[in-house]
Design a protein around this ligand. Structure first.
Ligand code: NAD
Length: 510
């Protein structure tokens, strides 16, 4: 059979009822609540996920707390051996993991592969923990014969709450650093895409982490609330919508926890008159329609400076977007996969209607796309959609659509483009396309966003750099990944050492 039209991967058609992984064991949830997980490309049911309760969260937290006592004493060099082992296991199952992401999320297989690889990157960086978590010291730092040192210590139980759009990757932004530093951990996947984490935890089990170090609790808001209010949880990393990020930030802070909460986005791509449009257009297509626009770093609006840049941008972008194919992400011919759910599809359609009602020009309509993969009639698809003549006051220019809908705006100069970025409530990313170093430098300096692209449409920080947005895109201080992760997952302790022997202070030998 032609692989491109296989609708359900041959190795597993249905994942059954998923379980939680607590204290090194798979436990069926005792909750009476559950949710059906659909394959968004076919609409077929592929799993049932339990919506666990507060009691199950408590069980996981207690297991993690018990494990912490011994895990923090395991030397860092030994702790990271489990990350190496897991990396090898992931490499052996790489294709399966990617296919599961495509099946449960809808993105193309190539995009899914990329997201798994991005996860592995974090194992590699966190494996450097023996060096990364070193403290520092200063002889005679506190006076003659009195040395001072700073050591980093793990804190205890941490948790992450993940969004639907990167089922495998997002938890990797956090837990490898937390666990390598000596903490123990609980992952709460999005209930919309829980299968990938289940498969990953099978590998985590094989990697030999001691029981209770890594735990998985499936569920929805009830699990989140239990984690945020549990007195033993020391810190929480959240990624999701701005509305929930704000709740998570406030509730965690109220309960005395460390918290970093990444929210939504609305990212601008500024096209200067000197931009190499023919070189940039592929970049825009990937930024705006890759992962069906369900990416927090996705470009949402092309802000063209001047009439000529606008005309050329519109022409080139429309020409490149029109032939994109839509269908099942496992079909290698497909450029744009499904969106996550019927509700998401309807929400995106509503935004398209709103754009029309508010006077934008719909130059490419993705509401009724041709689906090239057979058997996907029940799937949730939106094709690439482009609006021109968008103005900053329109709803489609202001709100996060989180689908393959691109806006084009025209402004007179860079000042106006920067003003639009400054006025956006979000500040996740912003990019500029130019050949001029001075202009690029000014943009880098002034654009109010946490991630800046210069001729780059998805300015995603690599694992060894910190990642977060600004304004309503991020609530917290320490960013995810990079060196910030070391600060977030460790506590600094300062020791002042003064030794006296035989009546003499250290350093006075005679
Ligand atoms: P979401 O906020 O609906 O859900 C995220 C998580 O929060 C899920 O695990 C969910 O179970 C939980 N949750 C949902 N409602 C809750 C509530 N009322 N109380 C407590 N917990 C709740 O987000 P989503 O739809 O899964 O993900 C898409 C959003 O995530 C987009 O806004 C996107 O921009 C954002 N995102 C941001 C980043 C970033 O780095 N800034 C990265 C990826 C996604």
């Amino acid at each position: 059979m032609d692989q491109s039209t296989v609708l359900i991967p041959e190795y597993k058609a249905h994942y059954g009822t998923l379980a939680n992984y607590v204290d090194g064991r798979w436990l069926q949830s005792s909750s009476s609540r559950s949710l059906i997980v659909d394959n968004p490309a076919t609409g077929q049911e592929i799993a049932t996920v339990p919506l666990s309760g507060a009691g199950e969260v408590d069980q996981a937290v207690r297991a993690a707390e018990r494990a912490f006592g011994e895990w923090r004493r395991v030397p860092p060099q030994e702790r990271v051996q489990h990350l190496y082992k897991l990396k090898t296991l992931i490499e052996q199952r790489f294709e399966d993991l990617a296919r599961v992401v495509t099946q449960e999320h809808g993105k193309t297989l190539d995009e899914a592969r990329g997201s798994v690889q991005r996860g592995v990157d974090h194992l590699e960086v966190a494996a450097g923990m023996p060096s990364l978590m070193m403290g520092y010291n200063l002889e005679d730092g506190a006076g003659r014969g009195i040395d001072e040192e700073m050591i980093r210590q793990p804190l205890g139980v941490f948790a992450c709450i993940a969004p639907f759009n990167f089922p495998m990757m997002v938890p990797f932004w956090f837990w490898p650093y937390a666990v390598a530093a000596g903490n123990t951990y609980i992952v709460k996947p999005s209930e919309q895409v829980p299968i990938g984490q289940n498969l990953l935890f099978e590998l985590i089990g094989e990697a030999g982490f001691p029981a209770g170090v890594m735990n998985l609790v499936n569920g929805d808001r009830e699990v989140v609330e239990a984690l945020l209010t549990h007195p033993t949880v020391r810190g929480v990393s959240f990624v999701g919508s701005t509305k929930v990020a704000r709740i998570v930030y406030e509730t965690s802070a109220k309960h005395g926890k460390r918290v970093q909460a990444q929210g939504g986005a609305k990212n601008h791509l500024v096209v200067m008159p000197d931009a190499l449009i023919e070189k940039a257009v592929g970049n825009w297509i990937n930024s705006m329609f890759g992962c069906a626009g369900e990416r927090c770093l996705a470009g949402a609006t092309l802000v063209c400076v001047g009439d000529e840049a606008h005309q050329k941008t519109r022409e080139a972008f429309l020409a490149a977007a029109s032939p994109l194919t839509v269908g099942y992400g496992l079909d290698e011919r497909v450029d744009v996969g499904a969106v996550i759910s019927r509700a998401a599809q309807e929400r995106i359609h509503c935004y398209i209607e709103k754009g029309l009602a508010e006077g934008a020009e719909l130059v490419l309509d993705g509401r009724n796309p041709e689906i090239i993969t057979p058997g996907c009639g029940g799937g949730f698809f939106v094709g690439p959609t482009i609006f021109d003549k968008v103005t900053p006051d329109m709803t489609i220019a202001q709100e996060e659509i989180f689908g393959p809908v691109a806006c084009i705006m025209q402004v007179e100069n860079l000042d106006q483009a920067l003003e639009i970025i400054a006025r956006s409530p979000f500040g996740n990313a912003a990019s500029i396309y130019t050949q001029d170093g001075w202009t690029a430098r000014r943009f880098k300096y002034e654009a109010d966003a946490g991630n800046i692209g210069i001729n780059v449409g998805v300015p995603a920080a690599m694992a060894y750099f910190p990642f977060a947005g600004r304004k309503d895109s991020f609530f917290g201080d320490l960013h995810g990944q990079g060196r910030d992760a070391i600060d977030f997952f460790t506590d600094k302790k300062v020791v002042v050492n003064r030794w006296i022997w035989d009546g003499k202070a250290a350093g006075t030998w005679s």
